[in-house]
Design a protein around this ligand. Structure first.
Ligand code: ATP
Ligand code: MG
Length: 189
């Protein structure tokens, strides 16, 4: 199986590039953000819990996210591979993903780090908030999410370098250009 982790700060383009990867490589997509937003929309208990954290720009607790991830992963049958979008976001989640995959005879094939400067992230997210009305895309919450990214998520860069699967992707440029770099990285695994 081709197991791709797509990584980057909020607004780095994980969702956009994931859709293209899914189409080209025929793999399944797990977006933890999309899963949580669907739960919120459906008014489930999980959605209510998640909303409290998301509106504050905080992460949902690891134990909850790890359970969700495993159940979505196991719902894919005869999968050629999976793209993990928005997971892992903490060292604990990265360790849990490694264990979950190992239990199934699998491993992360490549981790793509979409690298985008902070000013550009701010601009993109504020624009997305205006266009989509996504509740956490407002200036105050974006600032909190970026702080959370730097403190809890960015340490995964060194973690994955240590695993030997890290790939830096220049996340500034045209969507086609970025996608071409991503394809090269995936084809090289
Ligand atoms: P991008 O714009 O690159 O797609 P994003 O950070 O804007 O990324 P999502 O990945 O959609 O957005 O996540 C939205 C929110 O959902 C996060 O701020 C967080 O509160 C919650 N969330 C998503 N994934 C996780 C996770 N793995 N662990 C904890 N919380 C999560
Ligand atoms: Mg997203």
């Amino acid at each position: 199986m081709l197991n791709v982790v797509i990584f980057g700060a909020p607004g780095s383009g994980k969702g956009t590039q994931s859709e293209r990867i899914v189409e080209k490589f025929g793999i399944n997509h797990i977006s933890t953000g999309d899963v949580l937003r669907a739960e919120i929309k459906n008014g489930t208990e999980l959605g209510k819990t998640a909303k409290g954290y998301i509106d504050q720009g905080q992460l949902i607790p690891d134990e909850l996210m790890i359970d969700i991830l495993a159940s979505v992963f196991d719902s894919f049958k005869d999968s050629k591979g999976v793209i993990f979008d928005g997971f892992p976001r903490t060292i604990a989640q990265a360790g849990a993903l490694k264990q979950m995959l190992a239990d199934r005879g699998q491993a992360v094939s490549v981790m793509l780090d979409l690298d985008v400067p902070e000013e550009e992230l701010m601009t993109r997210l504020i624009k997305r908030g205006q266009e989509s009305g996504r509740a956490d895309d407002n200036e105050e919450t974006i600032k909190k999410r970026l702080l959370v990214y730097h403190s809890q998520t960015a340490p995964l860069i060194d973690w994955y370098k240590n695993e030997g699967v890290y790939k830096h992707i220049q996340g500034l440029g045209t969507m086609d250009g970025i996608f071409a770099d991503i394809c090269k990285a995936i084809e090289n695994v």
